[in-house]
Ligand binder design. Structure first.
Ligand SMILES: NC(=O)c1ccc[n+]([C@@H]2O[C@H](COP(=O)([O-])OP(=O)(O)OC[C@H]3O[C@@H](n4cnc5c(N)ncnc54)[C@H](OP(=O)(O)O)[C@@H]3O)[C@@H](O)[C@H]2O)c1
Length: 187
């Protein structure tokens, strides 16, 4: 089934976070993310999970990657702990990969069965919020893989964010998933 990675990175430095925070607040971008993943399976690292308001995304099943099998999720019916990213190799449904940097890298470098079929590469070209504390987290390591293994099929711009949809070169990609994302990009 289809794997989709979705992120918003800062232009030039590929920053996705400073500590626990995304260093910009673009309402249309967070709404776009929520629409893309609505009703879907989402995988994320523990730190991204802990950065979500109330540790949840409405109407989603969330798979939290952590080495701690005793980790307590906020919603036992819909959130699940996964210790090994390789468990997603044979995942039987569509899966949305929602970060952070460690998780994007694990999927993009994890071999053919983990490599996302589609990447929704959003790039914010604007000022960063001031005074945020914490490590600067970037996804620069993922970009050479995008250049080498993906081809752009759509692009548009909303509120200083350029959204690009990329698909794996030379592979069949589910048209229904592509159409859904395309239609959300255009709204
Ligand atoms: N701008 C964006 O698009 C975007 C998207 C997503 C997240 N973010 C931001 O990114 C930040 C977090 O990113 P991050 O890279 O620091 O952390 P992260 O990837 O969200 O989480 C890292 C943690 O996830 C677990 N993990 C990661 N890979 C694993 C693997 N292969 N197997 C098992 N466990 C694994 C580990 O948990 P344990 O330590 O428990 O073992 C690790 O410490 C947050 O500030 C978030 O808001 C931004």
């Amino acid at each position: 089934m289809t794997k989709v990675a979705i992120w918003c990175r800062h232009a030039q430095d590929n920053l996705i976070a400073v500590g626990k925070n995304i260093p910009w607040q673009i309402k249309s971008d967070s709404e776009f993310f929520l629409h893309v993943v609505e009703g879907c399976n989402v995988v994320m690292g523990r730190l991204t999970y802990e950065s979500l308001p109330n540790r949840t995304i409405p109407n989603c099943k969330i798979y939290v990657l952590t080495s701690d099998y005793t980790y307590k999720v906020s919603d036992k019916a819909n959130h699940f702990v996964v210790e090994d990213v390789r468990d997603f190799k044979e995942f039987s449904e569509d899966l949305y990969i929602a970060g952070g940097a460690q998780v994007y890298e694990a999927f993009l470098t994890g071999g053919a069965k983990l490599l996302p079929d589609i990447v929704v590469d959003c790039v914010y070209d604007g000022a960063l919020l001031p005074d945020l504390k914490g490590n600067k987290i970037n996804i620069s390591s993922c970009l050479p893989i995008l250049d080498k293994k993906y081809v752009k099929v759509a692009e548009n711009q909303v509120d200083n964010v350029t959204r690009r949809m990329l698909i794996k070169r030379g592979d069949f990609v589910d048209q229904a998933v592509m159409k859904k994302i395309l239609s959300l990009m255009q709204n």
